[in-house]
Structures are given as C-alpha cells and as structure tokens.
Design a binder for this molecule. Sequence first.
Ligand code: SF4
Length: 219
Amino acid sequence: MTDRRSPYFDEHTEPVATRIATGLHKIGLAMKQQAWQQANEEGLSATQGQILAALVGHGPLTGTELSERLGVTLPTISDSVRVLVTKQLVTKSPDPRHPRASLLKPTERGATLGARARSWPEFMADAVADLAPEEQRAFFAGVMKMIRSLQEQGLVPLSGMCVTCKHFRPNVRPGASPHHCALVDAPLAGEQLRLDCPEHARAEDTVRQRLWEQFLRRG
Ligand code: SF4
C-alpha cells in the first residue's frame, strides 16, 4: 500500500469548499427535520416555535422586530402570531415606542413552550461537543465568518453577532481576551464572541466594515 496522493481522488473529488457546503446542507436538513418533529410534538408550527423562543430569549418584540430577527416575512409572522394569540400563548399590548405597533409577549404557557423551543438545537450541540476543543474553536471561527458573510449579502438577518455590533471593540489589547464589549465594559476572548446577543446594536455599514477589518487583523 502507498501513501502517495491519489490522482484519482484529485480528479474525482469536489473542492473542499463545495464539500463543506454539502455537509452544511445535510446538517441544515437534520435541523429542519428536528425542528418540525419537535414543534409537532408541542402542537406548534416551526415558525410559531421560533417566535415563542425569540420572545423568551429577547423579551417583548413587535411583529416587525420578529420578522427582522428571524428572517421570516412579516405576513408569515402575522399569520403565526394570530394563531399564537388564539391559542393564548401570546398577548398583544400597545408598544410605548411606536403608538401604532403592538408588543408581543408570551403568556405563562407560551413562555414554557418557548423555553422548550429554545432547546430544539441542543441535539446539534451534543454533536459539536464530540469535537476536540481546538476543532470547536476553529469551527466556531468558521461559522461566525460564514454567518457574517451571509448577513452582508442580506441572506441572514443582521442581528446578534458581536462582530457587527456598535459596542464591539476588536483587538484592543494583547493576550487571551483581545476584544472588548463597550456596553458592559468587559473583555471578550475569541471563543466568547456572541452570535445571538439580545443587546446587539447594529453598527452602521462603514463602521461594520471597519470593525471587521480590525477583527481580522488577529482573528
Ligand atoms: S452588546 Fe452583545 S453583541 Fe454587542 S459587543 Fe457586547 S456582547 Fe457583543
């Protein structure tokens, strides 16, 4: 047996970027199927479960805010909210910030279901836990960069990530925690960067680009 690189596989194997995309597609299908199955068990649609999870995770939101956070159209959100209100899982109250908008809040039962829906991706966390610590760090960095790229293309809602937040200060000091969150005035290590922070405040386009360039200087 030889350990020479095989020209056969060089010719018959897709580039690694294509294979990563295929792998992510398979993972996406597994997540979708799990979400459907678990939503079904709770008597919800996947979107209704996402809405309850978002309201539990972020506090009261308007339909428009939910639409932006979840990347789901406003009519779909409105349909799902109507069902959730009918099922007494969500209540509406006037939004003091916008007189014509309604704030959506989960009821006690809605909050219980929302907390459960938040744990739907846990099966994936179990699979990720099988990776070695350095594999997890590399994977996290790759996932964050991919999400950021998709956000800038408008394919994923632009929310939640430190690297697009106006409070983020990348690479401001040497050492293990080079970044800083100006909101809570605390250092951040690379593996502590958040993907779904409820306090995220979107930075302006030019600021986001500058933050990203500063982040990549060491990232
Ligand atoms: S507010 Fe949240 S998203 Fe923004 S930098 Fe701080 S931890 Fe990151």
